[in-house]
Design a protein around this ligand. Structure first.
Ligand SMILES: Cc1cc2nc3c(=O)[nH]c(=O)nc-3n(C[C@H](O)[C@H](O)[C@H](O)COP(=O)(O)OP(=O)(O)OC[C@H]3O[C@@H](n4cnc5c(N)ncnc54)[C@H](O)[C@@H]3O)c2cc1C
Length: 415
């Protein structure tokens, strides 16, 4: 009997096992090992419990990687899988939301996990949960997997789908990537990605809990790198919200930033001059109002006052009509360039994905098999390709898993 071992029962491992079982010859069995008590723990938390499982408009522009050309090739192969069709063929009805984001029609991540678990059983995959992989070795063409409870599994092919370092509370803690390291793979340095950011605490003092809509631009010094739009959430340590998490990928070591800073534009639809005009003319509407009162109806008052102070415009109890046009100009500049410095991620626990990982050139683009290591595959978050929010990460995890599973099964048919 031949055997394919799939390590890790998350997004990538589950579909890898299904795909392997569907393409395997009758003399091949597929075994899935997962350290948690249940499969798909992280999948259940995706998309706020709704599981944004794909995006219909994926391109390399939606990913952080040090190997853009290889990522493009791999994404081409993943596109051929046609995930919406794959899910439809496996019984999952989906619907498209804004900007190509695909969700299960029921809007329930649990349905995705339950349906895929049903498919695992239906295709005869043997599932071992509470089974923590501790070692991967190779003796000639046979892979030997050790687990924490002392068991040993032998396989002709091994698909490592044990995720990265992000979200250790869901079970992933980088074993897959460490295993690759031991297999002498070239690794890109790891960093938490899609993660809220700390900043200089003085800059967010008293703002925790407030939310503003803004254009958020990341700069290195004065060099503009990337802009996102969305709701910014202030916390006691810094900034959060999807726009900030998207920008966090740009803090990866490959960009080598010296002086990263985020500038919020609270009035992106105004030119600088138009905003000064608006501020100046608005004084007439608010006779006798203090600067603090003047903010009401214009901008979140706490945010407005924080900008006022950041621009060192003095006492906010003075009356708005005592503010000169030059001072309104300075305030307008602050509202469009509210700056946050000393940026740093807040750590793996709050990261949605892992930046870095196995350098993509080490893997065959069509199969995710490690070059020069027949039968050894690395999929999903183990590899150096992490996406923005919007379904891009599950696109990668599912797509790579399906390709690896199919390739492992078909290769064994010829041995
Ligand atoms: C809160 C949250 C929300 C997210 N929302 C979305 C979203 O809506 N859309 C999107 O595209 N992406 C989303 N992501 C990212 C996405 O979930 C991941 O990119 C994806 O799950 C990676 O899949 P994976 O299979 O490579 O790794 P994982 O899903 O992390 O699976 C790895 C599995 O391997 C198991 N494992 C690890 N080590 C061992 C070991 N030693 N032995 C046995 N088993 C082991 C783990 O327990 C885990 O089950 C979200 C992430 C988080 C944290």
């Amino acid at each position: 009997m031949k055997r394919i071992l799939v390590l890790g029962g998350g997004a990538s491992g589950i579909v890898a096992a299904i795909s392997a079982a569907e393409h395997a010859a009758a003399d091949t069995e597929v075994i899935l090992l997962e350290q948690n008590a249940k499969l798909g723990k992280k999948l259940l938390a995706t998309g706020n419990g709704r599981c944004n499982l794909d995006n219909l408009h994926c391109s390399t522009d939606h990913y952080f990687t040090s190997s853009r050309e290889t990522a493009a090739e791999m994404l081409e192969y993943i596109a051929q899988v046609n995930l919406p069709q794959w899910f439809a063929a496996h019984g999952l009805l989906c619907r498209e939301a804004d900007e190509g984001r695909l969700y299960p029609y029921s809007n329930q991540a649990a349905d995705v996990v339950n349906l895929l678990t049903y498919r695992l059983k239906q295709t005869g995959v043997q599932i071992y949960t509470d089974c923590r992989v501790t070692n991967i070795n190779r003796n000639h063409s046979v892979y030997i997997i050790n687990t924490a409870d002392g068991a040993e599994f032998y396989g002709d092919a091994v698909i490592c789908a044990m995720g990265g370092n992000a979200g250790p509370q869901f079970g992933s803690e980088g074993f897959g990537i460490r295993a690759a390291f031991r297999a002498n793979c070239l690794m890109e340095p790891l960093y938490p990605c899609l993660v809220p950011l700390k900043c200089n605490p003085v800059q967010v003092q008293g703002l925790s809990g407030i939310r503003v809509k803004a254009e958020a631009a990341l700069y290195d010094g004065d060099t503009h790198l990337h802009t996102e739009n969305g709701e910014i959430q202030f916390t006691d340590y810094g900034l959060s919200g999807i726009a900030i998490m998207q920008l966090s990928g740009w803090l990866g070591p490959q960009y080598n930033l010296n002086c990263p800073n985020i500038r919020l534009n609270l009035f992106p639809h105004y030119t600088a001059a138009a905003l000064t005009d608006l501020l100046f003319s608005r004084v007439q509407q608010m006779p006798g109002a203090s600067v603090a009162d003047y903010m009401v109806g214009l901008v979140h008052p706490q945010a407005g006052l924080a900008v006022w102070q950041a621009q060192q415009l003095g006492d906010s109890n003075r009356t708005a009509d005592s503010v000169t046009r030059e001072e309104w100009d300075l305030f307008a500049h602050g509202l469009q360039n509210w700056t946050f410095t000393d940026l740093a991620d807040i750590g793996w626990k709050h990261a949605q994905t892992t930046g870095g990982g196995i350098a993509l050139q080490q893997l065959e683009s069509h199969s995710f098999q490690l070059k020069d290591s027949p039968g050894l595959y690395f999929t999903g978050e183990t590899a150096d390709c992490t996406g923005y929010c919007g379904g891009y990460n599950l696109h990668w995890a599912f797509g790579s898993g399906i390709l690896a599973g199919k390739h492992a099964a078909e290769t064994l048919k010829n041995i």
